[in-house]
Design a protein around this ligand. Structure first.
Ligand SMILES: Cc1ncc(COP(=O)(O)O)c(C=O)c1O
Length: 481
């Protein structure tokens, strides 16, 4: 009989004093890196050849000292990423994460609870459900709404399509898309997030099922075009299953006519989803939430906490007024699982099986800041964009979008001229700004015109940062130091 077991590898399981020393070291080094990042260029230059050479030396044969590898890793992140934690990153919806969310990651990493089942993680599962109910209430959905955390907005949007298909045809569960009497159709605006194409693909209805509804000239879905497309599809024998309006489009932060889209969906018995991946955080503000009127009519919602709620990546949410359909869509036998609660267990109600405790991030942040704190955060972002807009307009630029949220699509007036042939002027403006390292903005197309897209994603951007951005966009490159 064996009565001795080899010691655990200490590199993987260091003793308590080593762990505490390294944890403290990391706390200090990460704070130092954060300070250096804020004072440096938004887009550092990586010597890719040198980086690859160094990376290639990690052959995983000879172990290295943890302190060295940690220092190396921090340095690569400091020099090898666009800095989303820089106050002059006015970029895609990638936030500088709030402190409570980072604390939550530390706690979740230490306990590493498995959130598949309420049997093994009763407290974490209930904490997540509590946050989802709070979000549902805030959006005006019924008290018995359900939902869950997802890894992304794309997963939440995918979940909406699976729910829509399951409710439209109960045999979808066994027979897939061939259960329908005709080809399935789903509708969203041409300004939607492009992941909808992948979603149609992975759900098995095919990318051609996605109808991209024309916009109204201002970046919002045209409800008239939507109604006509649905009618035409019905005449042609297609089966409309989902209308997905966007509340805060990726490009221009525009909000589709939520109430009118809801009415069209209701009149045909179509599942109505609102993709508020980014814009949903405006619900936190009593001043801004009115812009989302109609969201309460949705069958389901996508809201990403890792966008404007500024948690760490990725932390999406799916919320549905029809909690039961989730179980119809995702139920499965799991004899070996510690629990089998059809209305509660995440493995019986979601796409994922093994799950990280994502919801603690938003729980902690909401608990310490309250809706009021988050309201102040989103209102501040809108104020940042208003300050950018004022300054650009003073310098003769024009604003193309008219969003109540914190994103601006702008162009020098000449570039915004008729025909929208601005591409020639927008590209050098953006590439010169990025090369200067002064700030980061994106280039996109809004209603057919190429524009500079500026979004407030950092919670501590100052007026000095705004001035620097505007100078970087409007000064001739030669005059830059
Ligand atoms: C409106 C909208 N929906 C969905 C997504 C996709 O979200 P995720 O990147 O979390 O998958 C985005 C991303 O920017 C978005 O803006």
């Amino acid at each position: 009989m064996r009565n001795n077991i080899p010691p655990a590898p200490s590199a993987l399981f260091p003793d308590r004093s080593t762990r505490e020393r390294v944890d403290d070291l990391l706390t200090r080094e990460l704070a130092n890196a954060n300070e250096r990042i804020s004072a440096g260029p938004v887009m550092p230059r990586l010597d890719v050849a040198k980086f690859r050479q160094e990376l290639a030396t990690f052959d995983f044969e000879a172990p290295r000292a943890a302190d060295d590898v940690l220092a190396w890793s921090i340095a690569q992140l400091e020099h090898g990423t666009v800095h989303m934690t820089h106050p002059r990153y006015f970029g895609l919806f990638n936030p500088a994460p709030v402190a409570p969310a980072q604390w939550a990651d530390r706690i979740a990493g230490a306990f590493n609870p498995q959130l598949a089942s309420s049997g093994s993680s009763p407290a974490p599962v209930e904490i997540e459900a509590h946050v989802i109910r709070a979000i549902a209430r805030r959006a005006g959905l019924p008290a018995d709404s359900g939902g869950h955390f997802t890894t992304s907005g794309s997963e939440a949007n995918y979940t909406s399509l699976i729910c829509a298909l399951t409710r439209a045809e109960p045999r979808f569960s066994s027979d897939g898309a061939r259960a329908f009497a005709g080809p399935v159709a789903l509708y969203t605006s041409r300004e939607c997030h492009p992941a909808w194409l992948k979603i149609a693909h992975q759900a098995g209805v095919g990318r051609s099922a996605l109808r991209l509804v024309p916009s109204d000239g201002h970046g919002r879905m045209s409800d008239q075009a939507l109604a006509e497309m649905v009618e035409r599809d019905l005449r042609d024998g297609a089966v409309p299953v989902l209308i997905a309006a966007t509340a805060g489009t990726t490009g221009g932060g525009m909000i589709d006519p939520l109430e009118r889209c809801a009415a069209i969906a209701r009149s045909h018995g179509i599942w109505y989803h609102v993709d508020a991946a980014w814009g949903g955080a405006a619900l936190a503000s009593d001043r801004l939430r009115g812009a989302l009127a109609g969201i309460e009519l949705a069958d389901s919602l996508t809201i990403d906490a890792h966008k404007w709620f500024a948690t760490t990546m990725g932390c999406g949410m799916f919320v549905s007024r029809d909690a039961a359909v989730l179980n119809q869509a995702f139920t499965v036998g799991g004899d070996f699982m510690p629990s089998n609660a059809s209305s509660l267990d995440p493995y019986l109600n979601t796409v994922q099986w093994s799950r990280r405790f994502l919801g603690l991030r938003l729980f902690l942040a909401l608990a310490v800041a309250g809706w009021r704190g988050y309201g102040a955060h989103v209102e501040r972002a809108v104020a940042v964009i208003e300050a950018v807009k004022e300054r650009l307009l003073e310098r003769g630029w024009v604003a193309l979008n008219d969003s109540p949220l914190a994103v601006l699509c702008a162009a020098p007036s000449a570039a915004a001229g008729d025909g929208g042939n601005a591409a020639g002027e927008i590209r050098p403006i953006v590439s010169n700004l990025l090369a200067s390292g002064r700030a980061w903005v994106a280039r996109t197309t809004f209603e057919g015109r190429e524009v500079v897209r500026i979004c407030a994603t950092h919670g501590e951007t100052t007026i000095a940062d705004v001035e620097e951005l505007v100078a970087g966009l409007t000064e001739a490159p030669a005059s830059r130091s």
